[in-house]
Design a binder for this molecule. Sequence first.
Ligand code: BG6
Length: 479
Amino acid sequence: MTNSVFPDGFLWGGATAANQLEGAFKEGGKGLSVADAMPGGKARLDVLSSDTFDWTIDEDKYIYPNHRGIDHYHHFKEDIALFAKMGFKCYRFSIAWTRIFPKGDETTPNEAGLVFYEQVIDECVKHGIEPVITISHYEMPLHLAKEYGGWKNRELITFYERYAKVVLERFHSKVKYWMTFNEINSAFHFPALSQGMVKSTGAGDYHNVFQAWHNQFVASSKAVKIGHELNPELQIGCMIIYATTYSFDSNPVNQMATIEQNQEMNFFCADVQVRGEYPVYTKRIFDKYNVGELDIAEGELELLKDYPVDYIGFSYYMSSVVNITDEEAAKASGNLLAGLKNPFLKASEWGWQIDPVGLRIALNELYNRYEKPVFIVENGLGAIDNVDENFYVEDEYRIDYLREHIEAMADAIKDGVDIMGYTPWGCIDLVSASTGEMSKRYGFIYVDLDDEGNGTGKRYEKKSFNWYKDVIATNGSKL
Ligand code: BG6
């Protein structure tokens, strides 16, 4: 389209993760993942914050929505056809590590898992959709969490390297875009899903969290090395959760605290993965969190330097406010998923503060910091959808949210930011990561399943489906 500010070839699409939509959690030789041990609803939050949780799956006590997902495993052709109908240029999904290496420490991959993803990729290619793959999205093998203690254990570098090598070798000729770890910087908030660590196995100790990060950085660089040796054209990105962070007021003390929070929450992991070295403020953070000395093997710092990522993938849902001059407010400031209330913003039903201008700011901050292409690989509104008698959802609220964020992207492009693409989260309804609910819906496609798993599982196009189809068809000029 001639009057669009979005460049030709802009990657419009949608994003999902294996553990949240595939279901079939024991089929095709799949092993259990950390996500399979997460119950649904409030129980998930309880489990994640408990001191004693030891990864036990208790099906008599809890329901586990991830076990069934939306049964995409058996419906992927139908789902990808719907994405194609919307005109998707790309589809971001993840490979379940446990379909390839069911326990994680085997030496031979599970062929049935590889065949499954080959079919998914081929289905995308058949429809002219570019696959964008996250190698690890909140679903590491449960065995590695239970028996090895998660990512704080250096042995995981070898297991991940083996896994990444297998999938990169198998799929590199069909898949150009990759990401190594989903929301790698979320470990402060989700150590269980992100690093395979719970309080009872040391997640509360920051030494472990930062050691786990170091191991993940090394593993990520190894994947970049493998990928680029196979094909220098491959684009392998990091993936961070980004919450634009404002100072509560012009008090310089709060301004400085905002800089610190940005370093800790938003930039630390990306600084290492994009620039290839630990940032200058590392010592300050290590002192603050009593991290102590990390176990860094010979050659690892050089590896990080030699194999940085090619682009910055990030999720953006909300912004946050920092105020350390008031005791109560200070406590809420660091809480990404609730945080301090910003009087200028409205919030979603789950309290996530909606801030499209914050996305423009994020794009400017990230691009000006790194000068590498940025890819918005998650964004969207989790909302309760009400269906009419034909299972139609008039989701104007979702359209408004997405329109405003796309406008902010257009403004950022005018600011000079190089944006590769946009893949709104949960393009088809799926299980929420933080709450395990089906009722927190993001999709353009409604899936008839409730929090308890009742429903037909049938797919229905929402109002936003046709709206997004037009957005893509006009390359973002008709919003
Ligand atoms: C991101 C994750 O944090 O946000 C996704 O990468 C997740 O896995 C998404 O689903 C939305 O969060 P939630 O908790 O609403 O599912």
